[in-house]
Design a protein around this ligand. Structure first.
Ligand code: PEP
Ligand code: MN
Length: 262
């Protein structure tokens, strides 16, 4: 169902007028984690001022260590909803438990399925059973074929509103957090009609190369770019090393736009 053979026309996902996959690439930005109402509000105000309409923010955080901040849970989704309605933004947040999928639909506009859960088949099936766009991240060590099959789980359950996001894969290279697989973008676009985005934060883990990588993603045909932004990254409860602060985001966004690709 996700293949070009099954459907020739591109799938476009309309988020209250912001269309992902409709030919105009979209910038998605926001904090790694929802930490407080005030923190999300500061980011939302900055995004709104820049003309960004889709904000991300994690409330259920799949952390490597159980001793690290695990997210605010449903309370975090409520914060997203409140801030999004104040600023007229669309929201994306990760859900990790199949039993939270339906509830999450009340608070957020896009359900994110994280890299660590790309092959959590019960979660994929639950996301396939609701009428809500899904942003599916590529697994840390998933092949493109496995990625597309994960998307197929969602679409085959009846939810055709799926977006794919390349977020870097594990290789021997240590210069970046993960290895951004740029070639996945044109391959996914050729093989599938689903929108394809690139997460420049989790793939690179390096602020100074996020703008060139975003431009590369767009040049390769990506329908959007995702980047993490925090009012005070040094104090962030997750991904402190790689979130952009607000002025850095503005500079990043300006540089990407200057390319004419966005
Ligand atoms: C995220 O986007 O918040 C995240 C945890 O990323 P990933 O699942 O790609 O590691
Ligand atoms: Mn993060």
């Amino acid at each position: 169902l996700v293949s070009r053979k099954a459907k020739q026309t591109d799938t476009a996902i309309d988020l209250a007028g912001t269309v992902i996959g409709g030919g105009t690439p979209v910038m998605v930005a926001g904090p790694c984690s929802v930490e407080s109402y005030e923190q999300v509000r500061q980011v939302a105000a900055a995004l709104k001022a820049q003309g960004v309409t889709v904000m991300r923010g994690g409330a259920f955080k799949p952390r490597t260590s159980p001793y690290e901040f695990q997210g605010l849970g449903i309370e975090g989704l409520k914060i997203l909803k409140e801030v999004a309605s104040e600023f007229g933004l669309q929201t994306i947040s990760e859900i990790v438990d199949p039993s939270h999928i339906e509830l999450a639909c009340q608070y957020i506009d896009v359900i994110q399925i994280g890299a660590r859960n790309m092959q959590n088949f019960e979660l994929l099936k639950a996301a396939g059973a609701v009428n809500k766009p899904v942003l599916l991240k590529r697994g840390l060590a998933a092949t493109i074929d496995e990625f597309l099959h994960a998307a197929e789980y969602i679409v085959s359950r009846g939810n055709s509103q799926v977006m794919l996001i390349e977020r870097g894969i594990r290789t021997y290279e240590k210069a970046t957090r993960n290895t951004l697989d740029i070639s996945a973008v044109p391959i996914l676009k050729q093989e599938s009609h689903l929108p394809v985005l690139v997460d420049v934060t989790h793939s690179t883990g390096r602020k100074e190369i996020m703008a060139p990588c975003a431009k590369a993603a767009l040049a390769a045909g990506a329908d959007g770019v995702m980047v993490e932004v925090h009012p005070n990254p040094a104090e962030a409860l997750s991904d402190a090393a790689q979130q952009l602060n607000i002025p850095q985001f503005e500079q990043f966004y300006a540089e990407v736009k200057k390319s004419g690709l966005l």
